[in-house]
Design a protein around this ligand. Structure first.
Ligand SMILES: [Zn+2]
Length: 410
């Protein structure tokens, strides 16, 4: 996807997956039986991984089926569960080998179930599952409104896991993402203190909660430095470190969700698209940063914000564009001359533009989207070395964007 437009890429239209995640409790069947089934599941999955790991050359899927299917069935697993176990094992071993990693170890008690082995009843907020010979009914422990949101979608698979003595269910749905043709654009510039939004005429600034999270994380790392060996073994220090990290994480996650909802609803209201900096490029640009805590948190915060915005955008059919952030804050948004900075204030020596760094960033992101989709003299700017169908859809999308530009220029 990324290859054919270097300046920008759009979130492709098509089928996306969204998951309903909730804690669950067993309402029919015994919890212990369920945990036992999950334990046997983990045990056999590890067994299959061990066996595959011993082989010099990985067998094909059909061969894996012949090797393991009868054994897995003899453990009492249902046909599709058995199939899921050996294909998961094969995928894990394959990717570990490709990445030159060590043998995969299964620590989590979790299982994936297909249509044959699960029933989803969102009306009553319940799921029925079976691994071997017993059905279990689980109730989803989540707000009614949250569960209701998934009512109209088709479910694809059910994941069950046990973590820290709690049961969790996640139901994966297939959702069609068909973004509308935007009439305008909201460009977002993100940093730890502010989110700056430029909509083509005015700049708005939102205070981000990331600095609060940063101070929590810094305190945790301070403790770890103060007790370099002890913090791992001393229960009191370990708990304190864990709590601080968790709080930092929660601040970021909660804030991102809230903000994403706000911004996506605003875009939807005006039929606008949302433009964000591309995470992959951001990483390249930021790798020289010396403060490792700041860097880690920035990446985490940015990733969470992007995830939240994308998932909300899918829900509301809002188009999203990713922009290569290279030099977004270095050139003048008016005349593209290199800017001179005095602290965070930028001055253009050619046209006299004055603005602060974030404002420059957001404005430049906005213009970059126009550049990327306007093309030179109406010719598609991208020169794709891709398959025809991709190229075609690329062209229609470009046309969609060109309409945007027409509207903006009017
Ligand atoms: Zn200028």
């Amino acid at each position: 996807m990324k290859a054919y437009i270097s300046l920008a890429r759009e979130m492709p239209e098509g089928v996306c997956r969204r998951a309903l995640k909730a804690r669950a409790e067993v309402i029919e069947g015994s919890v212990n039986d369920l945990l036992w089934d999950l334990a046997v599941h983990r045990y056999t999955l590890q067994k299959v991984i061990n066996a595959l790991w011993e082989l010099d050359k990985l067998p094909k899927k059909s061969q894996v089926h012949q090797l393991f299917y009868p054994v897995l069935r003899s453990y009492g697993f249902r046909a599709h569960v058995a199939r899921n176990i050996y294909s998961t094992a094969l995928a894990l071993v394959k990717s570990a080998r490709e990445n030159k990693g060590s043998k995969p170890l299964i620590r989590k008690m979790s299982a994936r179930l297909d249509h044959q082995d699960a029933r989803v009843d969102l009306e009553n907020g319940a799921v029925r599952i079976i691994f071997r010979d017993r059905w279990y009914s689980l109730r989803l422990m989540h707000r009614r409104e949250y569960v209701e949101r998934f009512r109209s979608f088709k479910w694809k698979e059910v994941h069950v896991k046990c973590h820290d003595g709690e049961l969790y269910v996640s139901i994966v749905f297939e959702v069609r993402y068909a973004p509308y043709t935007p009439r305008g654009l909201l460009a977002l510039d993100v940093n730890l203190k502010h989110i700056v939004i430029y909509d083509g005429s005015s700049v708005r600034r939102y205070k981000a909660k990331f600095v609060d999270a940063l101070s929590k994380r810094a305190r945790a790392e301070e403790l770890q430095r103060k007790y370099p060996k002890r913090w791992r073994y001393n229960k009191r220090i370990l708990n304190r470190v864990k709590t601080l990290h968790k709080r930092a994480r929660n601040i970021v996650v909660d804030w991102c969700r809230k903000f994403a909802k706000e911004i996506v609803l605003e875009a939807k209201k005006h039929n606008y698209a949302i433009a964000l900096e591309d995470l992959a490029h951001l990483r390249e640009n930021m790798s020289k940063n010396k403060n490792i805590i700041v860097w880690k948190l920035t990446m985490f915060a940015y990733r969470k914000l992007q995830e939240s915005i994308v998932s909300k955008a899918i829900e509301y059919s809002v188009p999203v564009v990713f922009i290569n952030p290279k030099s977004t804050s270095l050139t003048c948004p008016r005349c593209s001359t290199k800017l001179i900075y005095n602290h965070r204030l930028a001055v253009c020596s050619k046209c006299g533009f004055i603005g602060d760094r974030d404002k420059v960033g957001a404005t430049n992101i906005w213009f970059k989207v126009l550049d990327a989709y306007a093309g030179e003299c109406g010719s598609p700017q991208s020169a794709p070395a891709v398959k025809d169908e991709t190229r075609q859809s690329g062209r229609t999308r470009n046309e969609g964007m060109r309409k945007v530009i027409k509207n903006i220029q009017m």
